[in-house]
Design a protein around this ligand. Structure first.
Ligand code: CTP
Ligand code: CA
Length: 223
């Protein structure tokens, strides 16, 4: 789809998004992280601007230029992202959780560098809040779109997340395939909503993001 196809589709809507990984500090020199590049989320933010939305992007640590017209707030950890999202949430029409939020963080982060000692290091991790599920659980919730990164049984896992987290829409990508998903420029998505779905075939992240944004705009208007 060309950029023009998006024009006006989200005119005046306020969109809050997350993108990128979160990094969970172990000590001042080490962290637990993941391979998210943030490219899909940033492409989606650009598409939302092209559709006429007012876009706030809460971004984990990524090396990407801010798309024109996007208000960007940088965070590092899942707890920081959770805080920024809930501060920005009032008055938003659509929430898109594109970030690869770390499920766990070090239970006892250290203020000083941990010195090498012994043959083993057992790192204890503790569960992070689920930002997406917390947004969707609110009474005055916006239209909520989640992502799902799966290596297998994509539709089953994605539909399960759609229901369990009470989402309006979920975009699933199969990770671990060559040319697909994390760290790569091409992507393919399977999108599901209650009572429907659509596959977005392999394409560059710009093209895939624009098609996804069209689907979001359609479902949001029909809500
Ligand atoms: N997500 C979130 N906060 C978390 C974990 C995930 O907001 N602490 C969001 C992601 O931004 C994404 C969606 O939840 O939109 C699904 O992430 P995913 O990792 O696929 O699902 P999980 O529920 O964490 O389940 P699992 O990792 O076991 O597949
Ligand atoms: Ca997860």
């Amino acid at each position: 789809p060309e950029l023009q196809d998006l024009a006006g589709k989200l005119a005046g809507a306020r969109v809050l998004m997350t993108a990128g990984p979160t990094l969970e500090d172990i000590d001042p020199v080490r962290y637990v992280g993941n391979r998210s590049s943030g490219k899909m989320g940033f492409a989606l933010a650009a598409a939302a601007v092209a559709a006429g939305a007012e876009v706030t992007l809460v971004a984990g640590p990524v090396q990407l230029a801010t798309p024109a017209g996007v208000r960007r707030l940088d965070v590092r950890s899942a707890l920081e992202m959770h805080q920024a999202v809930f501060r920005e949430l009032p008055g938003q029409d659509i929430y898109i959780g594109a970030a690869a939020v770390a499920d766990y963080r070090p239970a006892e982060p250290m203020n000083c560098k941990r010195k090498k000692s012994g043959d083993e290091w057992q790192l204890r991790l503790t569960l992070n809040p689920d930002i997406l599920a917390d947004v969707a659980a609110r009474d005055d919730r916006p239209f909520v779109v989640g992502f799902a990164a799966e290596t297998n049984d994509v539709e089953k896992h994605a539909r399960d997340k759609l229901q369990r987290k009470r989402l309006d829409m979920i975009a699933a990508n199969q990770v671990g395939l060559p040319h697909c998903g994390f760290e790569s420029c091409d992507n393919a998505l399977s999108v599901f909503w209650p009572g429907g779905g659509e596959d977005i075939g392999l394409g560059d992240k710009q093209t895939v993001a624009r098609r996804l944004l069209q689907l979001i705009a359609e479902q949001w208007s029909a809500r």
